[in-house]
Design a protein around this ligand. Structure first.
Ligand SMILES: *[C@@H]1O[C@H](CO)[C@@H](O)[C@H](O)[C@H]1NC(C)=O
Length: 487
């Protein structure tokens, strides 16, 4: 019996309490502005939101949202602090609540540095465990656009000048007017309007003619009671200059046509294969054709094949030459040899016995199994004793391999070469009078590199460097191989 009574009392207390809370919550309501807000871009704006009767929102959750295609989080206050991890990127560091006002039930939001893209519907949503309410209102953002810029675009064929006035970032869109110095509106082309996220961009063109000594024109943009204006003054002489401009344009056209004709003639003179290159876009066919044409070239060059033999009197004492003078490798051991002027003593280099001071010549060198090598031709008077920098300026026209796969043309500065395959045999072709030194990959029949337009005045010697032995890694010899004429 006593138990039953106390249970009933407890129950009653809850009912009363619940009823009290319910009635308090029922009275609470969120308020905002009575109408939509109009704000100005660049300024700050307070978005009003508060509860009545005045009750602290310190313990509550305040959520500011913007209605886009979906809700965008503008600001979140929860558990006594701002929780803006999920805030929309465009509102970063631009929102704040008024901390002191929260206890008065004021959850207004300050939004700073307004943009036209901030325009839209905002919702202020306040809730605690037992109650929630919200208010939604619209914010319009107006913007005063940039100062108009006037561009002199062109002359028309009656001596008028075409002017374009342009300005960006207006909201709402402005009226664009062209005026003369008396303030009279001039007839102009239609205004072009283009809208983007930051407002309206406007353009309006006019063609003006010379009519006084002071040709002043104004481009004026009007938006409600705002105005922006730019002036342009055109000197009389400028109006007169159009004839010159036309003259110069005609001349420029004639020169261009001349160029084109020359180019066409030159182009026609080019070899048949280059024509084919243009026609065939198919890469494989192209590569095939190219190697076929290089094959032709190689076949021609092979007619100039010479029998090169290494000159032991020039070989660096580290180098080991075969008895027939066709092979060379770095033996990694200094041999006691007479230090004659023609002997390379610093680098592991050697030249051929034959020299050339005219005509064309060709030879092939096997480089298979090597990680480094240099090949080419050199002038007679090159430095054989000291530090050598391989470059045409120093009398070396060479290409080489470094670190197993880095092919280079030592063109001073050196040029990295991208080759399709590892080179096993190099063909060297020289045309003394043409100033040409070309290198070919004999097996894949592709071109490696060419020095062109060189001037040779001295004897040229075939040049070989098997490079450092590198502890046996680069011990494979360079081999001057016999040239088989495939024809
Ligand atoms: C809320 O706080 C803001 C900022 O201090 C103030 O401008 C606004 O008048 C306040 N609103 C109310 C209803 O007190």
């Amino acid at each position: 019996m006593i138990n039953g009574l106390s249970e009933m009392l407890l129950c009653l207390t809850f009912l009363v309490l619940y009823g009290f809370m319910e009635s308090q919550s029922a009275q609470l309501q969120v308020f905002g502005p009575d109408d939509y807000l109009v704000a100005v871009a660049g300024k700050d704006l307070v978005l009003p939101c508060y509860i009545k009767p005045s009750t602290s929102v310190v313990e509550m959750t305040v959520r500011w949202l913007k209605q886009e295609t979906k809700h965008m989080l503008v600001h979140l206050y929860k558990d006594h602090e701002d929780r803006n991890e999920d805030q929309a990127q465009s509102y970063r560091r631009r929102t704040s609540l008024f901390t002191e006002e929260l206890q008065k039930g004021n959850a207004s939001l300050r939004l700073s540095d307004l943009r036209v893209s901030d325009e839209g519907e905002y919702t202020c949503f306040i809730e605690d465990e037992s109650w929630s309410d919200d208010i939604t209102f619209y914010v319009t953002v107006n913007a005063l656009g940039s100062h108009p810029v006037i561009m002199m675009e062109s002359y028309d064929n009656s001596g008028g000048i075409h002017l374009l006035c342009e300005s960006r970032g207006w909201k709402p869109e402005p009226e664009v007017l062209w005026l003369d110095r008396e303030g009279d509106i001039l007839p102009a082309e239609d205004t072009q309007i283009h809208r983007d996220t930051e407002g309206f961009n406007v353009k309006r063109s006019i063609t003006v003619h010379d009519n006084s000594n002071h040709n002043r024109f104004y481009c004026r943009l009007l938006q409600e009671d705002h105005m922006r204006e730019t002036e342009i003054i055109i000197n009389r002489k400028v109006f007169g200059a159009w004839k010159w401009v036309v003259g110069i344009s005609v001349l420029a056209c004639l020169i261009a046509v001349g160029w084109i004709i020359t180019a066409v003639i030159l182009h026609k003179k080019e070899k048949q294969r280059q024509k084919v290159e243009y026609i065939l876009s198919d890469k494989k066919k192209f590569a095939e054709l190219q190697s076929r044409s290089i094959e032709d070239d190689l076949a021609k060059m092979k007619k100039f094949a010479v029998d090169v033999i290494l000159d032991p009197d020039t070989a660096n004492p580290f180098l080991i030459l075969s008895a027939d003078g066709k092979q060379v490798t770095d033996g990694d051991e200094w041999q006691n040899l007479p230090d004659t002027p023609q002997r390379f003593t610093k680098h592991p280099d050697v030249v051929g016995k034959q020299s050339f001071s005219s005509g064309r010549f060709y030879y092939e060198v096997q480089v298979r199994g090597k990680t480094e090598w240099d090949l080419g031709v050199v002038r007679e008077n090159i430095n054989r004793k000291g530090e050598i920098i391989l470059r045409p300026q120093n009398g070396f026209w060479t290409v080489g391999l470094r670190n197993e796969n880095q092919y280079k043309a030592f063109a001073g500065p050196s040029v990295p070469l991208t080759l399709r395959e590892k080179v096993e045999k190099v063909g060297v072709f020289v045309d003394y009078e043409e100033g040409l030194v070309s290198f070919y990959d004999v097996n894949s029949r592709s071109h490696i590199y060419s020095f062109t337009g060189q001037t040779f005045t001295e004897k040229l010697y075939p040049f070989f460097s098997p490079c450092d032995n590198d502890g046996g890694k680069n011990s494979a010899p360079l081999i001057i191989s016999p040239v088989f004429n495939t024809e």
